[in-house]
Design a protein around this ligand. Structure first.
Ligand code: NAD
Length: 425
């Protein structure tokens, strides 16, 4: 079933990646434009991604230094979305050395890299210019080999880390010992779920019905997006002695409004998030000897590569953006992650909720915001969506994930797709 179809509006931007001459025989420059396939964009723009990273750095710098922030940070899933913003917030808010792990495709002479590759190249260049240590490891974070490589890098360069961010979002996981491949699905549990849905390409508000989980869908999703791999990482880092006293580790979750609960909180992905909360308690106990702390941080719904694949959620996000922008409380990943570090993890007052979770979804979940979004959810249809929702904001956020639509970037200029990441090249 396809939930999000090709963007008619985005199709107006000619979806081409074309070679534009061979001035450099080895690395011919290209003009790179968006190429949308369902809910992903298969191209990415290096200068646009660099500009997106620079804008995020500017947000953090503009807020000034974080007192008592982390000094050496490992970010697992550091190349896009919340993980990238975590890395930027730690580096440019706290002057932290950062080690990033991710799974991205490098560019070739005539083929774009994935956005996360360009983001990381830009991040490392900016970090280097600011005199900050930054090293990156590209590979399967679920594997034993990448865990070992990461530990070796910490031992060689940093000694220990005092913060570990776990921000993976993946459709599949190969188990490191059994070799079994698990697949995560986004399905309700028990009953068919029918609700309003946005065609993010056309702006048509239609209805979607999603069949409930069957067979071992729940167990498979928990195996990919639950806490087992987070626990494996912390176990192996701790066994190697590379976790500093007072280490904090954080994994990200989402709760959201009742209207999305059948597909999120009470669906297969919700079961995986419950498992993260189980593991958070296990890790708390394991880290107590180090006076360490594990957290689950519940973050705001935002347009990322992962969230754009979830049915129903893009319509909710469009309505939410409109309400929060109108009331001046809208945040993107960088503002969220800056607030997580500045006002929660390193403020001396993390403000946990009744079950011990950090809540930076607090502004999203205020009764006033939820009441207005809820009212508009009932009213919204294709005709009034332009007034009630922030479709333009949704689409421009989506394009920005891939480096498109950023001010100051000349998209008609030729560019080289095979950008190097300094620490990987
Ligand atoms: P994203 O798709 O932007 O980022 C995923 C990251 O994981 C990337 O860096 C990618 O390279 C990396 N990755 C994926 N598979 C990997 C593998 N096998 N090995 C190494 N790296 C791998 O996703 P996101 O939305 O930033 O999600 C990050 C976390 O935040 C998830 O746990 C998600 O559930 C949570 N979250 C997201 C939202 C939201 O609205 N986007 C809200 C709350 C919580």
């Amino acid at each position: 079933m396809s939930f999000v179809s090709t963007s008619a509006r985005l199709r107006l931007v000619k979806p081409v990646v074309r070679q534009a001459g061979a001035a450099n025989a080895e690395r011919p420059p290209m003009i790179i434009a968006p190429k949308i396939r369902g809910f992903i964009c298969t191209t990415a723009h290096p200068e646009g991604c660099a500009q997106h990273v620079a804008q995020q750095i500017a947000v953090v710098k503009g807020r000034g230094p974080v007192a008592n922030g982390p000094k050496k940070v490992l970010v697992i899933g550091s190349s896009t979305g919340y993980g990238l913003s975590s890395r930027i917030a730690a580096a440019f808010g706290s002057q932290a050395a950062t080690l990033g792990v991710f799974f991205e495709r490098p560019g070739e002479a005539d083929r774009c890299a994935t956005a996360g590759w360009y983001n990381t190249a830009a991040f490392e260049n900016e970090a280097q210019a600011a005199g900050l240590y930054a090293r990156s490891i590209n590979g399967d974070a679920y594997s034993a080999a990448i865990k070992a490589e990461t530990i070796a890098a910490i031992q060689a360069d940093l000694g220990q880390v005092d913060c570990v961010i776990y921000s993976l979002a993946s459709p599949r996981r190969t188990h490191p010992t059994t070799g079994e491949v698990y697949k995560s699905v986004l399905k309700p549990i028990g009953d068919v779920y029918t609700n309003k849905n946005l065609n993010t390409g056309t702006g048509v508000v239609n209805e979607v019905s999603i069949e409930p989980a069957e067979g071992d869908d729940i167990a498979q999703t928990v195996a990919v997006m639950g806490g087992e791999d987070w626990e494996l990482w912390i176990d192996e880092l701790q066994a190697a002695g590379v976790l500093a006293e007072g280490v904090q580790t954080v994994s990200y979750s989402y709760i959201g409004p009742e209207v999305t609960w059948p597909i999120y909180k009470n669906g297969t992905i919700g079961r995986a998030k419950e498992d993260l909360e189980r593991v958070q308690k296990v890790l708390d106990a394991k880290l107590s000897g180090l006076k360490g702390k594990a957290w689950v941080s519940v973050n705001k719904a935002l347009v990322t590569q992962a969230s754009s694949a979830i049915p129903v959620v893009p319509l909710y996000i469009s309505l939410l953006y409109k309400v929060m922008k109108d009331e001046g409380t809208h945040e993107d990943c960088i503002e969220q992650m800056d607030r997580l570090f500045r006002d929660r993890l390193y403020s001396g007052n993390p403000q946990p909720d009744e079950v011990g979770r950090i809540r930076v979804d607090d502004w999203e979940m205020t009764p006033a915001v939820q009441a207005l979004v809820g009212q508009r959810w009932v009213e919204v249809n294709t005709e009034n969506f332009a007034q009630l929702g922030d479709f333009e904001g949704y689409q421009s956020s989506f394009l920005r994930l891939f480096g498109f639509g950023l001010k100051g970037v000349d998209y008609t200029a030729e560019t080289h797709p095979d950008v190097k990441i300094p620490s990987i090249a």
